[in-house]
Design a protein around this ligand. Sequence first.
Ligand code: MSP
Length: 652
Amino acid sequence: MKTFYATTPIYYVNDLPHVGHIYSTVVTDVATRYHRLIGETTRFLTGTDEHGQNIQKAAAEQGITPIALADRVVARYHDLWKKFEIRNDDFIRTTEARHRRGVEALIARLEKAGDLYTARHEGWYCGSCEAFYTEKELDKERRCPVHGTPCAWESEENVFFRLSKYAAALLEHYEKHRDFIRPETRRAEMLSFVRGGLTDLSVSRSKVTWGIPFPGRPGQVVYVWLDALTNYITALGFGSEDDGLYREFWENPEGRRVHVIGKDILRFHAVYWPAFLLAAGLPLPTTVWAHGWWLRDEKKMSKSIGNVVRPDGLVAEFGPDALRYFLLREMTFGQDASFSDEAFLTRFNADLANDLGNTVSRVAALCRQSFGGTPDSKSEEGDLPAAWREAEPEWRAAMEDFAFNRALEGVWRYLTRINGYIVAREPWRVRKEEGASARLKAILYTSAEAVRLVAVMLSPFMPATSRRIFETLGLAGVDPGRADLAWGGLAAGAAMPQAASLFPRADAGAYFGEKEKTMTETPQQPSGKTPPGETTQAVSPSDTRIGIEEFGKVRLVTARVISAERVPKSRNLIKMQVDLGSEQRQLVAGIATRYEPESLVGRNVVVVANLKPAKLMGVESDGMVLAATVGEAGEPSLLEVAADVPPGSRVK
Ligand code: MSP
């Protein structure tokens, strides 16, 4: 039986999730949802990589145990994946007993193959990669090609894996299985890396204690990458009695086993991992799909650079589906892409609010006004059914090929066809001239059915939006499957509920006014503390300090809230009138996620009084209320002063 098993990289727990991690996970979610939609048996795994020296160090810096750090970050991942409707079947943590058992079982096989030996290990080591580099992979300053930070000379007694023995077998595998490494450019990279010759790989560490003890080698722990890569099979029960899933998804000759990863970790997945599996006599993954990087200001978005986009602000304002859509539509899978607020907003308004949202509400309104729901007969007319028969295989081919942007482009072309059809048929005129005629029924059934098929094609990408479209069409509770991918699935004579707009247009001015607070964050430790030796921005401390005269330019005063109300259509803005002692002002603050407007009245807050007025969601704000932003979500907590401080008192 055809099965589809897809995995994300397991994420380190010394960082909080950002857009880069979300991308890998959403891609895997979309791919798995697609394969499930077309009727395959699927399984989707994600998880966390919790061992190794970086985690040990991060925990020590925060004064907590590594497992406490891991627990904290894992909770964040769980929350985030829930918010994004990530439909993973399992979540593996490398600190779990089932994982350790599987790693031990794999190592037993490597031992049995005679592929492990002990020797002194010396070389240039990047602590962030937890990997050794050869002299020729480094520049003159011996900096890591991924992190740009200097590598250190390390020397210790380790267990080695005979990687060199597998170079020829790997090359043969790459030749025979053109799909093993995708896209092609990455395949070429790996070919040349392996052709350049492989040296044996050190697979244990003696100076690290936070890891799985190396079986039979006292004083050594398993190298974090051997430990981590094995998650893909330990989560299926490899090494345990209960290995049904392993047999179903990993050993099935007809099964597809796909690892979605970022290009930074390709070598581990396309060289080391298959070599371990070859040595152990186990099947290899069918494809390692390496995607590019999300860049910000032309650099890889990463904690060490300090340019990451955290998702919380975007999700609070636009919803998770908008971000899912943007990430998949904007990046050509395999290539790098830049994350820009402008591009996000343009896509939100043009693609989601206008093309998708307006088409759905237009068709729904026409059906409701004409028939109180869908037409009472399944009749069709015009070229939309034929256009669907062309669009569907193209969409499928793109989905199979991980060309998600191409798949979405196809859906949008079909939306354009639907719009063109409606404009050409003028159903509003037909209704006026002919009433609820057979022709009107056919036109509206055709349009609504085409919209339903758009919702099916979008279901892997935007599950919540797709559900809402189904509901709008009177099809509540549909979990789309293969049968829904055929013309004619829309029920005739179904009641259609009044539905709110899918994506209310965003006000660019308001968004950019608030962006500073919600978009880019300086890198944060899970505790919110910055570890010693790291600055919160990629600038030197002397650049970030300001003089007292500069601070003096900011006029901070106390203000009492007189009244407060929500800004219509905004999830987090509150408009309030405040008393500044000598005058009354209107302010707008992004605090509705935490405060009910009525709870604000009477509070004594701190305001920046000499800020140029700005418009937020079209509402003027004459000044700014100060709030601390708490935790990863940037939850606001108002700065307040004692009730007896008169309004207008200077704060300095
Ligand atoms: N723990 C290892 C992976 C072990 S897999 C057996 C690791 N973890 S990580 O937390 O650093 O996450 C790495 C993955 O996150 C990358 O491979 C990539 O998939 C994703 N991304 C992190 N930053 C990214 C971007 N700026 N852009 C796109 N994806 C990136 O490496």
